[in-house]
Design a protein around this ligand. Structure first.
Ligand SMILES: [Zn+2]
Ligand SMILES: [Zn+2]
Length: 315
């Protein structure tokens, strides 16, 4: 009787431990989440911070672009700066990189003791080395004189990369591919594969065949968009000719819809929304695409697993 109870208890305990282990493993392998930190463009508006997307895959946290306010958003989400694996840049337009000094220096002041790793197109390593030069006064004071912060935290490992796999660790793989943002060259999109699922980020591009190839079979496609009518009707800081040049190296909602129709993702999402207050994106896109679509908002999260789930910060 006592022996029987004992063995039943042991068995129950073993089953409980096994369940906990399985739940932990499932939770771990399903942790694939994309958060739009900023969905805007160069215009400073509170509704849409500068372009930046956080991708969490298992224990890794990857940042794609670092526009205005990216460090604020990370802090808001309680993502510790030292937890970032690396920063990947799509291209060097200022709206995508203007938040780097904040991430780099504030991240160091608030705990990063390892070098900031930055991967990006040609010019990335040069830009990062000049940034270190630009901030050498602060780096010297905090590292050598005052707080004596760890020197490695002020170091940068920056690499110019080309199309292909740029980062791989276990089940996580990051692939850069060229997009068409000419005359801004080179410009990349990224595909992030993790545990049998994937997300593709367009970066800044006009309709791109190469993006469609690289996005084949992806769960989620996050694409930039510019509504020409709304953009033309905006302020008059640019001439009609300047505005047309901008329009020409981005993607209209109809064109994005055509790309979504070919890729057929489980979910298409707009980010880098130009202008920030465009209201007809959905209607224009519906002319060429009838699948699942979300207009991105700052702090919107997308969990990618067997299902794709959208969480809006505003709801
Ligand atoms: Zn941009
Ligand atoms: Zn751009």
């Amino acid at each position: 009787m006592i022996a029987g109870t004992h063995s039943r208890l042991t068995w129950s305990l073993a089953r409980l431990l096994l369940t906990i282990l399985l739940l932990t493993l499932t939770a771990y392998s399903q942790n694939f989440k994309v958060t739009l930190l900023g969905t805007g463009y160069p215009r400073p508006v509170m509704e849409r911070f500068g372009p930046s997307i956080l991708v969490e895959a298992g224990k890794e946290k990857l940042l794609f672009d670092c526009g205005r306010g990216a460090a604020l958003r990370l802090y808001q989400l309680k993502v510790p700066f030292p937890d970032l694996t690396a920063l990947f840049l799509t291209h060097l337009h200022s709206d995508h990189v203007v938040g780097i000094p904040d991430l780099y220096l504030t991240g160091w002041i608030f705990g990063r003791s390892a070098p900031l790793r930055v991967w990006g197109p040609e010019g990335t390593a040069g830009m990062m080395s000049h940034l270190q030069q630009a901030y050498r006064f602060d780096i010297h004071v905090r590292r050598d004189v005052d707080e004596k912060l760890p020197a490695q935290g002020a170091a940068v490992i920056a690499k110019d990369v080309g199309q292909g796999v740029v980062y791989q660790n276990g089940e996580l793989k990051v692939t850069a591919f060229t997009v068409d943002h000419a005359p801004v060259k080179p410009a990349f999109g990224y595909r992030i594969d993790y545990s049998g699922h994937s997300v593709v980020l367009s970066g800044d591009t006009r309709y791109s065949e190469n993006l469609i190839q690289f996005a084949h079979g992806t769960d989620v496609l996050i694409h930039e968009v510019l509504d020409p009518e709304a953009y033309r009707a905006g302020d008059n800081l640019y001439t009609a000719e300047q505005k047309q040049r901008v329009i020409d190296h981005h993607t209209t909602p109809e064109q994005a819809g055509a790309a979504f129709s070919r890729v057929k993702p489980k979910l298409a999402v707009y980010s880098h929304v130009v202008p920030f207050n465009a209201t007809d994106l959905m209607a224009h896109t519906r002319e060429t695409y009838s699948g699942p679509l979300e207009v991105g908002e700052d702090l919107m999260s997308i969990e990618i697993g067997d299902k794709v789930q959208v969480l809006r910060a505003s709801k």
